[in-house]
Design a protein around this ligand. Structure first.
Ligand code: PGA
Length: 254
């Protein structure tokens, strides 16, 4: 079995529709080449998902998907995006519980579990984002927090039994700050995630690290065997930077 790394771009709301579509058109050939050596994914703003899928149709191994979905069934939920519709347009992946959703939209770990339930019901692979705040870290609560964030999700994994899901460890203080977690923190957290899940489920987690991944640290972060890849925010907007990160991952993948 090959162990290519997994690199997912989280474009947040950084780019407008035309920029997102142009990015994919302009770099189609390079993405096509690189996709033979790495598992690539892009989560654009919801308005651009279908257009980007269209542009990248010739590279079926690139995963495209949403940044969040409603944890409710179809109904009176103005402004929300349903897992059903994400499935209808052919999304492969969807983030669940990104820290910006937790912080700005009040999404709780129970809501995240419901999102995972919705996504798995519709055969979309969730990328469950977990991570501690600066304050929780200062109180030595990191491991407790990540286990508490994972626990509500696990019964739904056991119910749907997907072959795999993604867990993205993204310390909140590392997101957009220019500071990454240390190697030893990432290794320790990845081990705790694996052990904690292994006790309760047979579902395989691919573990991603996210939080200020950039071309200046990706070579070194890619050496960490305990993680399977990265979730990249701001550096993924700029194709040159994103490509350098992908190349670091290709070098250390097998
Ligand atoms: P960042 O964001 O790479 O800009 O720190 C990562 C994320 O929020 O997924």
């Amino acid at each position: 079995m090959h162990t290519h790394k997994h690199i997912i771009a989280n474009w947040k709301m950084y780019l407008r529709f035309t920029q997102m579509v142009n990015w994919c058109n302009e770099h189609y050939d390079t993405l096509h080449d690189m996709s033979q050596y790495v598992h690539l994914g892009i989560t654009p703003e919801a308005t651009a998902i279908a257009a980007i899928q269209d542009v990248l149709r010739g590279i079926p191994s690139i995963m495209v998907g949403g940044q969040t979905c409603s944890h409710h069934h179809l109904g009176a939920r103005t402004g929300e995006v349903s897992a059903q519709s994400l499935a209808d347009i052919g999304c492969d992946i969807c983030l669940a519980g990104h820290s910006e959703q937790r912080a700005y939209h009040g999404i709780t770990s129970d809501d995240v579990a419901e999102q995972v339930n919705m996504l798995l019901q519709h055969r979309i692979t969730p990328i469950v984002c977990i991570g501690e705040t600066e304050q929780e870290r200062a109180h030595g609560a990191t491991m407790t927090v990540i286990q508490q964030q994972l626990d509500p999700v696990i019964p739904y994994l056991n119910h749907h039994e997907p072959a795999y899901i993604y867990i993205a460890y993204e310390p909140r203080w590392a997101i957009g700050s220019g500071t990454t977690a240390t190697h030893s923190d990432i290794i320790e957290t990845a081990n705790v995630i694996r052990t904690h899940m292994h006790k309760q489920t047979d579902v395989h987690p691919y573990i991603l690290y996210g939080g200020s991944v950039s071309p200046s640290n990706s070579e070194s972060l890619a050496q960490i065997d305990e993680i399977d890849g990265f979730l990249v925010g701001s550096a993924s907007r700029d194709f040159t930077a994103f490509q350098q990160i992908i190349r670091s991952a290709i070098k250390t993948g097998k």
